[in-house]
Unconditional design. Structure first.
Lengths: 227, 227
DNA sequence: GCCGCGCTGTGATGGAGAGCACAGAACGCC
DNA sequence: GGCGTTCTGTGCTCTCCATCACAGCGCGGC
């Protein structure tokens, strides 16, 4: 179980614990495996467990009646999800699916509550993470209400650069393969709109493509497009 | 201070405490007063205090560069706000203003952290409230992405009926005076769009007006408009 | 009771983006 | 290396909604 304990150390809200507590907690988590595309849970499912990404990546999304869903987040190793149902006991508020070959560690509600009761600093750490998440969602709502497609796309590219970018001589390379459709789902527009706006950006020298990866040449220019 | 203690009892996350603890806490809160229209705090302000509405009502909103802002919530007695900055120490993620003559109780970060450390069940209760809030914001983002103006308006009217409605022989009366502009800010559209869609709803017999208050005659009909 | 301001109702216009259709490119599989 | 599937690029149309403009109405104040 030492590998679980090592991962747990990197999880923000668990890093606050004593190594001894983490060791104890590691005994309660179970490991699960998902293939690319597997659904981890659906919106409205009753589950109350917390998932921690051990390896791979997970897409959190809201399904829409007409198919095209809204992607809220893409998570990597060390991130956790499913916390809302854990915290308030309600059904899942969003759906989760493996975006690549993924393994997770699962913690059950009862074990989490026991942890918080015995170590209140863990609760404060979880509160901070959830608060941060709430900020991000508020901002997403504001963007949907205030920005046009170009602005939302520019902003999303900058966000992705911040979270998945690696420095390159000619700019920042986004270290993930993204289709235009996936990008469209992240900002709530059609694939065609993304295509046309990307064309704009490319012609203006703001971004370029390397295979299916993006390179941001002019972050400042993108920032100007978000007003 | 007994009146403060009584209010504190009605605040969800503090209701979990022993009466003795609430009495102690009441000694730390300070009372503040705001007139209709007063700004309580601006977005990006550094403050780290928690506000509890004692009387009156408070509008939480995101200001937009071009003026028309997005109203995230309207709070009444017993509700609290400003919790995000309290939880993670970052600047205010939204702005707050008094929607009517309002008094609040204020709790400082240090006192809150001390409370959580000594009474972890309060932390669990706060987590539940914040989790609920996160759900609502996620749903708002989804609505902005998926629903048209009629759908968003119908949904908002149903929400308001659930939170501020009183039963009437002919339907549910919304117990608050709302201008079309305020309604428009809640769903991120123009006042004119709200007007036209309300006209639709009225002609279809779904809603009516009593003075400046709304009466919902056919909730089922409204529900159908949200798909 | 009268006046004025803010709210409501409505028309005309324009533009952004969705939807549809399809052609070509690229990637991956056998 | 050939072939099919998936992704990208682009034109056209049409709808929804923002914007502007203005006329009535109604509430509240003096």
């Amino acid at each position: 179980m030492s590998t679980s304990a090592e991962l747990l150390e990197r999880v923000p809200f668990l890093g606050a614990l004593q190594p001894k507590d983490r060791e104890a907690l590691a005994a309660y988590v179970t490991r699960r495996h998902f293939r690319r595309g597997d659904t981890i849970f659906q919106k409205e499912d009753p589950g109350q467990s917390l998932f921690i990404v051990e390896s791979g990546s997970v897409r959190i999304y809201l399904p829409s009646p007409q198919g095209a869903d809204l992607t809220l987040a893409v998570l990597g190793p060390g991130d956790f999800f499913g916390d809302l149902s854990l915290l308030d006991g309600s059904p899942r508020s969003a759906a989760a699916a493996a975006a690549s070959e993924t393994t997770t560690l699962t913690l059950e509600r009862a074990d989490f509550i026991a942890l918080v009761k015995s170590r209140p600093e863990a609760a404060v750490a979880v509160l901070a993470v959830v608060a941060h998440r709430l900020r991000e969602t508020d901002e997403m709502a504001a963007d949907l209400a205030f920005l046009d497609v170009a602005g939302r796309l520019a902003k999303k590219l900058l966000e992705l650069a911040a979270s998945h970018g690696v420095q390159r001589p000619n700019g920042v390379l986004l270290n993930l393969a993204l289709t235009q459709e996936e990008l469209a789902n992240m900002i709530g527009v059609t694939r065609e709109s993304v295509n046309r706006n990307l064309g704009e950006f490319r012609r203006a020298g703001l971004v370029a493509n390397e295979g299916r990866r993006f390179v941001i040449h002019d972050p400042e220019g993108l920032r100007r497009r978000c007003e």
